[in-house]
Design a protein around this ligand. Structure first.
Ligand SMILES: *[C@@H]1O[C@H](CO)[C@@H](O)[C@H](O)[C@H]1NC(C)=O
Ligand SMILES: *[C@@H]1O[C@H](CO)[C@@H](O)[C@H](O)[C@H]1NC(C)=O
Ligand SMILES: *[C@@H]1O[C@H](CO)[C@@H](O)[C@H](O)[C@H]1NC(C)=O
Ligand SMILES: *[C@@H]1O[C@H](CO)[C@@H](O)[C@H](O)[C@H]1NC(C)=O
Length: 319
């Protein structure tokens, strides 16, 4: 009996490091901190009284447990939920704006993590209106981190931060906003846009690094020219190639930025989620991904079902 007991003890020691006070889940990282736009927002915008960019009403959430609209811009879970579940969490970290003195105990210890993402936001603070800008998301993290570091075990909290995942999914709205002001940009306009955006992105990463972040997970910019509301601008309903080129160029620059930062900032580790390639593969070859329809919106109205928001009255395609 001695051996199994030892084995159990060793496993317990390894896993118990991140076992939360009230759960029995074993987590691969102590916490996940999420920054970005609607691709990873889990309800922050619900708390923004002035914002019209909301998803806390039907038909959003129709495939979420109990068909509940939560503020996710999705029929069900969004990508951060799946990442969190695959990292061993029961659900993804809560919206920062939902935190209060009664539900933040584990979070202040550096466990579970927090989601700062806000639908409509970008890397540039000029992107989006009445949303939480990229800079403000970082300021919120800084505020939270000060509270965390004021906890009894500050060393342990700092250690947990350095082992936690910092996930960023942003840039798509910047590309859309740029294209909206200039739909046939010349090379110098495109380069200026990339440089402005990348210098901001670099500052954000350096700020997070200075606050103790070491592990970054970056979701790159999807083929924004293929979203149904963009396809409406093309008579054939095809993707807008100019918009996709902007996204692709941005992704090349983001890849180059992180390989540079990994050399400059000791201990920085990163991975880049190829949202662009993955989404385009699914669009090019829908059946192999289990999709029947990739050119029109699943909830909306008008041309390609993409000319109005997904409201209660919108047409829902469920096939
Ligand atoms: C704290 O937030 C939780 C979840 O958002 C909510 O259910 C609870 O009522 C809040 N408590 C207080 C004291 O505001
Ligand atoms: C490129 O486009 C920008 C913005 O539209 C314009 O100000 C600039 O003059 C153009 N440059 C060239 C070389 O055409
Ligand atoms: C419109 O879509 C077609 C494919 O259906 C594509 O070849 C064309 O380049 C697109 N037009 C624009 C303006 O992007
Ligand atoms: C839905 O339709 C009803 C009746 O046509 C209308 O009164 C209501 O304002 C609409 N709601 C939304 C959210 O569009």
């Amino acid at each position: 009996m001695k051996q199994p007991l030892c084995l159990f003890f060793v496993l317990f020691c390894v896993f118990s490091r991140f076992v939360g006070a009230t759960t029995s889940y074993t987590w691969k990282v102590p916490a996940i901190y999420v920054f970005g736009d609607s691709t990873v927002d889990v309800g922050n915008n619900n708390y923004l009284t002035k914002s019209k960019t909301k998803a806390n009403y039907p038909h959003y959430g129709i495939d979420f447990p109990h068909s509940r609209p939560t503020g996710r811009f999705s029929n069900g879970y969004n990508q951060i939920d799946f990442v969190a579940i695959h990292m061993g969490f029961r659900i993804s970290p809560p919206p920062y704006l939902s935190l209060n003195d009664t539900n933040n105990h584990q979070i202040l210890k550096g466990l579970r993590g927090v989601n700062f993402a806000s639908a409509g936001s970008g890397i540039l603070d000029s992107t989006g209106a009445n949303i939480i800008t990229g800079t403000q998301q970082l300021l919120y993290f800084e505020t939270l981190r000060s509270k965390m570091m004021a906890q009894p075990n500050a060393d342990q909290v700092a250690q947990r931060l350095s082992m936690s995942l910092f996930l960023i999914s942003a840039g798509g709205n910047d590309a859309l906003a740029f294209f909206a002001t200039n739909n046939s940009p010349n090379n110098s306009a495109v380069l200026l846009f990339y440089n402005t955006l990348l210098s901001k992105y670099e500052n954000h990463i350096k700020t997070l690094y200075s606050l103790g972040a070491r592990k970054f997970s970056v979701i790159n910019v999807p083929p924004v020219g293929c979203v149904p509301s963009a396809r409406v601008l093309n008579l054939t309903g095809g993707c807008i190639s100019g918009m996709n080129q902007i996204a692709k160029g941005l992704n090349d620059a983001i890849t180059a930025l992180f390989s540079k930062l990994a050399v400059a900032l000791p201990g920085l580790k990163y991975s880049i989620g190829a949202s662009y390639d993955l989404t385009l593969s699914a669009i090019t070859n829908p059946l192999s991904f289990g999709f029947k329809e990739v050119g029109s919106a699943c909830c909306g109205s008008g041309k390609l079902n993409a000319q109005s928001y997904c409201t209660r009255n919108a047409t829902l395609h469920t096939v």
